[in-house]
Design a protein around this ligand. Structure first.
Ligand code: GRF
Length: 202
Protein backbone atom coordinates (compact mmCIF):
# COMPACT_ATOMS: atom_id res chain seq x y z
CA UNK A 1 0.00 0.00 0.00
CA UNK A 2 1.13 3.52 -0.87
CA UNK A 3 0.86 6.16 1.90
CA UNK A 4 1.00 9.93 1.57
CA UNK A 5 1.45 11.64 4.96
CA UNK A 6 0.42 15.26 5.61
CA UNK A 7 2.15 17.25 8.36
CA UNK A 8 2.19 20.80 9.74
CA UNK A 9 4.74 20.64 12.54
CA UNK A 10 7.41 18.53 14.23
CA UNK A 11 6.37 15.34 12.44
CA UNK A 12 7.03 12.89 15.27
CA UNK A 13 4.02 10.82 14.20
CA UNK A 14 5.47 10.76 10.68
CA UNK A 15 8.81 9.73 12.19
CA UNK A 16 7.15 6.88 14.09
CA UNK A 17 5.73 5.56 10.81
CA UNK A 18 9.10 5.95 9.06
CA UNK A 19 10.91 4.13 11.89
CA UNK A 20 8.40 1.29 12.01
CA UNK A 21 8.55 0.75 8.23
CA UNK A 22 12.36 0.86 8.30
CA UNK A 23 12.44 -1.66 11.16
CA UNK A 24 9.73 -4.01 9.87
CA UNK A 25 10.17 -3.59 6.15
CA UNK A 26 7.45 -2.18 3.92
CA UNK A 27 6.45 -5.68 2.81
CA UNK A 28 5.76 -6.98 6.32
CA UNK A 29 4.27 -3.70 7.51
CA UNK A 30 1.99 -3.56 4.49
CA UNK A 31 2.74 -0.03 3.41
CA UNK A 32 5.41 2.43 2.36
CA UNK A 33 5.36 6.23 2.56
CA UNK A 34 5.68 7.54 -0.99
CA UNK A 35 5.50 11.30 -0.26
CA UNK A 36 5.04 13.84 2.54
CA UNK A 37 3.03 17.04 2.14
CA UNK A 38 2.66 20.13 4.31
CA UNK A 39 0.70 23.37 4.46
CA UNK A 40 3.74 25.42 5.44
CA UNK A 41 7.49 25.70 4.81
CA UNK A 42 10.31 25.28 7.25
CA UNK A 43 8.87 22.63 9.54
CA UNK A 44 10.70 19.69 11.02
CA UNK A 45 8.18 17.28 9.48
CA UNK A 46 9.47 18.18 6.00
CA UNK A 47 13.09 17.87 7.18
CA UNK A 48 12.31 14.38 8.49
CA UNK A 49 10.86 13.43 5.08
CA UNK A 50 13.88 14.81 3.22
CA UNK A 51 16.22 12.92 5.59
CA UNK A 52 14.31 9.76 4.64
CA UNK A 53 14.80 10.59 0.95
CA UNK A 54 11.10 11.07 0.31
CA UNK A 55 9.47 13.45 -2.19
CA UNK A 56 7.82 16.41 -0.42
CA UNK A 57 5.38 19.14 -1.39
CA UNK A 58 4.07 22.27 0.32
CA UNK A 59 0.64 23.75 -0.38
CA UNK A 60 0.23 27.11 1.39
CA UNK A 61 -3.25 28.59 1.53
CA UNK A 62 -1.87 32.09 0.87
CA UNK A 63 -0.44 30.95 -2.47
CA UNK A 64 -3.97 30.42 -3.81
CA UNK A 65 -6.83 32.73 -4.71
CA UNK A 66 -9.11 31.11 -2.16
CA UNK A 67 -9.57 28.09 0.08
CA UNK A 68 -11.31 26.07 -2.63
CA UNK A 69 -8.34 26.51 -5.00
CA UNK A 70 -5.97 25.50 -2.22
CA UNK A 71 -8.06 22.41 -1.54
CA UNK A 72 -8.03 21.43 -5.23
CA UNK A 73 -4.27 21.99 -5.44
CA UNK A 74 -3.66 19.90 -2.32
CA UNK A 75 -5.79 17.10 -3.78
CA UNK A 76 -3.78 17.27 -7.02
CA UNK A 77 -0.45 17.23 -5.20
CA UNK A 78 -1.52 14.18 -3.17
CA UNK A 79 -3.07 12.40 -6.17
CA UNK A 80 0.20 12.75 -8.12
CA UNK A 81 1.68 10.12 -5.78
CA UNK A 82 -1.23 7.70 -6.30
CA UNK A 83 -1.80 6.90 -2.60
CA UNK A 84 -3.92 4.05 -1.34
CA UNK A 85 -4.19 5.80 2.03
CA UNK A 86 -3.60 9.40 3.10
CA UNK A 87 -2.57 10.02 6.72
CA UNK A 88 -2.97 13.38 8.44
CA UNK A 89 -0.33 13.30 11.18
CA UNK A 90 -0.59 16.69 12.80
CA UNK A 91 -1.85 18.37 9.63
CA UNK A 92 -3.54 21.51 10.90
CA UNK A 93 -5.84 22.38 8.03
CA UNK A 94 -9.43 21.30 7.35
CA UNK A 95 -9.70 19.86 3.83
CA UNK A 96 -12.64 20.68 1.61
CA UNK A 97 -15.13 18.97 -0.68
CA UNK A 98 -12.76 18.26 -3.56
CA UNK A 99 -10.15 16.62 -1.38
CA UNK A 100 -12.81 14.50 0.33
CA UNK A 101 -14.41 13.59 -3.00
CA UNK A 102 -11.09 12.09 -4.05
CA UNK A 103 -9.77 10.67 -0.77
CA UNK A 104 -12.76 10.33 1.53
CA UNK A 105 -12.89 6.82 2.95
CA UNK A 106 -9.11 6.48 2.72
CA UNK A 107 -8.04 9.60 4.62
CA UNK A 108 -7.10 8.99 8.26
CA UNK A 109 -6.42 11.60 10.95
CA UNK A 110 -4.95 11.39 14.43
CA UNK A 111 -6.34 13.72 17.09
CA UNK A 112 -4.87 14.24 20.61
CA UNK A 113 -8.13 13.81 22.53
CA UNK A 114 -10.87 11.21 23.01
CA UNK A 115 -13.36 12.30 20.33
CA UNK A 116 -16.10 13.38 20.39
CA UNK A 117 -14.67 15.24 23.36
CA UNK A 118 -12.44 18.21 22.60
CA UNK A 119 -12.37 18.34 18.79
CA UNK A 120 -10.50 21.09 16.94
CA UNK A 121 -7.08 22.63 17.06
CA UNK A 122 -6.68 22.75 20.87
CA UNK A 123 -7.84 19.34 22.06
CA UNK A 124 -5.09 18.97 24.66
CA UNK A 125 -5.53 22.47 26.09
CA UNK A 126 -9.33 22.07 26.16
CA UNK A 127 -9.22 18.74 28.03
CA UNK A 128 -6.83 20.23 30.59
CA UNK A 129 -8.93 23.38 31.04
CA UNK A 130 -12.06 21.32 31.43
CA UNK A 131 -10.48 19.30 34.25
CA UNK A 132 -10.79 15.95 32.49
CA UNK A 133 -9.15 13.17 34.54
CA UNK A 134 -8.46 11.06 31.48
CA UNK A 135 -7.95 12.11 27.90
CA UNK A 136 -6.05 10.45 25.08
CA UNK A 137 -5.93 10.18 21.32
CA UNK A 138 -8.19 9.10 18.48
CA UNK A 139 -7.39 7.76 15.02
CA UNK A 140 -10.37 8.25 12.74
CA UNK A 141 -11.41 8.57 9.12
CA UNK A 142 -11.87 12.16 8.02
CA UNK A 143 -15.37 13.17 6.96
CA UNK A 144 -16.80 16.58 6.08
CA UNK A 145 -16.87 17.70 9.71
CA UNK A 146 -14.06 18.74 12.07
CA UNK A 147 -12.75 15.60 13.81
CA UNK A 148 -16.16 13.94 13.39
CA UNK A 149 -15.42 10.96 11.12
CA UNK A 150 -15.79 7.27 12.05
CA UNK A 151 -13.43 6.29 14.88
CA UNK A 152 -10.94 3.49 14.19
CA UNK A 153 -9.08 3.32 17.52
CA UNK A 154 -8.47 5.30 20.70
CA UNK A 155 -5.88 5.33 23.45
CA UNK A 156 -6.40 6.61 27.02
CA UNK A 157 -3.95 8.84 28.87
CA UNK A 158 -4.28 9.87 32.55
CA UNK A 159 -4.23 13.60 33.27
CA UNK A 160 -1.88 14.44 36.16
CA UNK A 161 -2.37 17.33 38.60
CA UNK A 162 1.00 18.81 37.67
CA UNK A 163 0.34 18.63 33.92
CA UNK A 164 0.60 21.68 31.73
CA UNK A 165 -0.42 21.51 28.05
CA UNK A 166 2.97 20.50 26.70
CA UNK A 167 3.65 17.83 29.33
CA UNK A 168 0.23 16.30 28.75
CA UNK A 169 0.55 16.56 24.96
CA UNK A 170 3.96 14.85 25.08
CA UNK A 171 2.49 11.98 27.10
CA UNK A 172 -0.45 11.72 24.70
CA UNK A 173 1.92 11.64 21.73
CA UNK A 174 3.75 8.61 23.19
CA UNK A 175 0.46 6.69 23.01
CA UNK A 176 -0.64 8.34 19.77
CA UNK A 177 2.47 7.40 17.80
CA UNK A 178 2.10 3.72 18.74
CA UNK A 179 -1.63 3.78 17.99
CA UNK A 180 -1.15 5.39 14.58
CA UNK A 181 1.59 2.92 13.59
CA UNK A 182 -0.60 0.00 14.64
CA UNK A 183 -3.78 1.27 12.95
CA UNK A 184 -2.16 2.28 9.64
CA UNK A 185 -0.43 -1.09 9.41
CA UNK A 186 -3.68 -2.99 10.06
CA UNK A 187 -5.65 -0.91 7.56
CA UNK A 188 -2.93 -1.45 4.95
CA UNK A 189 -2.45 -5.19 5.55
CA UNK A 190 -6.01 -6.32 6.20
CA UNK A 191 -8.24 -3.94 4.30
CA UNK A 192 -11.32 -2.44 5.95
CA UNK A 193 -14.94 -1.45 5.51
CA UNK A 194 -16.68 1.66 6.86
CA UNK A 195 -20.26 0.90 7.84
CA UNK A 196 -21.91 4.11 9.00
CA UNK A 197 -19.96 5.06 12.11
CA UNK A 198 -18.34 1.63 12.46
CA UNK A 199 -14.98 0.71 10.95
CA UNK A 200 -14.52 -3.00 10.34
CA UNK A 201 -10.91 -4.08 9.73
CA UNK A 202 -10.85 -7.51 8.11
C1 GRF B 1 -0.26 15.35 17.25
O1 GRF B 1 -0.53 15.18 18.62
C2 GRF B 1 -1.54 15.49 16.48
O2 GRF B 1 -2.58 14.70 16.98
C3 GRF B 1 -1.86 16.94 16.70
O3 GRF B 1 -0.63 17.61 16.64
C4 GRF B 1 0.40 16.69 17.00
C5 GRF B 1 1.37 16.62 15.86
O4 GRF B 1 2.55 16.12 16.35
N1 GRF B 1 -2.77 17.43 15.70
P1 GRF B 1 3.74 15.74 15.31
O5 GRF B 1 3.83 16.86 14.30
O6 GRF B 1 3.38 14.42 14.70
O7 GRF B 1 4.96 15.64 16.21
Amino acid sequence: RRLVVLVSGSGTNLQALLDEIAATGAEAYGAEIVAVGADREGIEGIVRAERAGLPTFVCRVKDFADRQEWDAALAEAVAAHEPDLVVSAGFMKIVGKEFLARFGGRFVNTHPALLPSFPGAHGVRDALAYGARVTGCTVHFVDDGVDTGPIIAQGVVEVRDEDDESALHERIKEVERRLLVEVVGRLARNGYRIEGRKVVIQ
